[in-house]
Design a protein around this ligand. Structure first.
Ligand code: FE
Length: 334
């Protein structure tokens, strides 16, 4: 054997390894979360691994349509969005594929992942009750259901039923109480509204602060942002249903696209995103709870107090979404 051969073999191996790496040194993410919520996390990953992350941000519906339209010529490796209702939609459209990973399974509790493994939660938010500290005593509050009582007539503010957050909340109520009871309850909420529904959660919190209503239902991070901007905000968070099923918790999450060009690199990124370092960064940026229970929330978030969360798998929000939309419509929730 000439001494050259091992050298050539070594060179060929290096080139081969190089070409494999070249194909896998970037990941493309389609994200419905805005740049400032994701860029620090992706920058940290690039600094650690050298893997570049390209991301395109838009609303979830056009991103999902785009992934579908691109089909086998898919550009995106990952779809990052919020609410199990949206992730479930993507799953139904057939634009995702499962990631089988012991790391993800170990890091994220099963109720915050798709049973198909098509997506996993990354951060959690509670959709909970807020109240006016000037006009409501927390002892008057108990459950989501109780907001339908006569006591709250003309005192409740809600966001529009068109928002997936409320559809998901209603879907989990249907799962718990059945359709007839949930419809009665939602009608009770609608009849207690003090004013027309709002287009976003911030407006609900501001309406409670301004005295337009006394109680509302919002995602925790909206409260966190407004409270940070104005620590004297006369509004507080209440954790309902602590004596029964717990608070409705939803998530932001991520899924691997069906035709991902860099599936291995994408899987590694998702695994890292469920781990301690990324979980802390990702959750804290938006005042959310880490989906990995080993990671503690920020001091700001921890200050809201601990609570019992509903243990229903969040994919129920997707499975019953169509039912929830029809029910909300019948109940007159606009
Ligand atoms: Fe939101």
């Amino acid at each position: 054997m000439s001494p050259r051969k091992p050298l050539l073999a070594a060179l060929a191996l290096t080139l081969f390894a190089g070409s494999v790496q070249a194909a896998d040194d970037e990941v493309v993410v389609y994200s419905s979360r805005i740049d400032e919520l994701i860029k620090p996390v992706f920058d940290a990953y690039t600094a650690k691994t050298g893997v570049k992350i390209k991301f395109i941000t838009d609303k979830e519906a056009p991103l999902m349509q785009r992934i579908k339209a691109e089909g086998q010529n898919g550009v995106a490796d990952l779809l990052l969005t919020v609410d199990a209702g949206n992730l479930w939609q993507a799953e139904q459209m057939g634009i995702l594929q499962p990631i089988k990973s012991d790391i993800i399974d170990k890091n994220i509790p099963p109720q915050y992942r798709a049973s198909s493994h098509d997506w996993t939660g990354l951060s959690l938010r509670a959709r909970t009750i807020i109240y006016s500290t000037e006009r409501v005593k927390p002892s008057e509050l108990s459950t989501y259901e109780a907001l339908a009582d006569k006591q709250w007539e003309g005192r409740l503010c809600l966001r529009t039923a068109k928002k997936v957050y409320n559809q998901s909340l209603t879907a989990t109520l249907i799962e718990t109480h059945g359709e007839a009871e949930t419809e009665k309850l939602v009608k009770g909420w609608v009849s207690n509204l003090s004013t027309d529904v709002f287009s976003d959660d911030n407006a609900v919190i501001q309406a409670v602060a301004a005295g337009q209503c006394d109680v509302g239902v919002v995602n925790t991070y909206y409260y966190g942002r407004l409270h940070k901007a104005d620590p004297k905000l006369p509004v507080k968070i209440f954790w309902p249903n602590q004596g029964d099923r717990g608070v409705h918790v939803n998530l932001s999450g991520i899924g691997l696209t069906k035709h991902a060009p860099h599936p291995e690199a994408a899987k590694k990124l998702v695994e890292w995103m469920t781990g301690e370092e990324a979980q802390k960064l990702f959750a804290d940026i938006n005042q959310e709870f880490p989906a990995n229970p080993k990671v503690k929330p920020s001091d700001e978030v921890a200050a809201w107090g601990s609570f019992k969360a509903d243990s229903l798998p969040v994919e129920v929000a997707g499975k019953r979404q169509a039912e929830a939309i029809r029910l909300m419509d019948r109940a007159g929730w606009n």
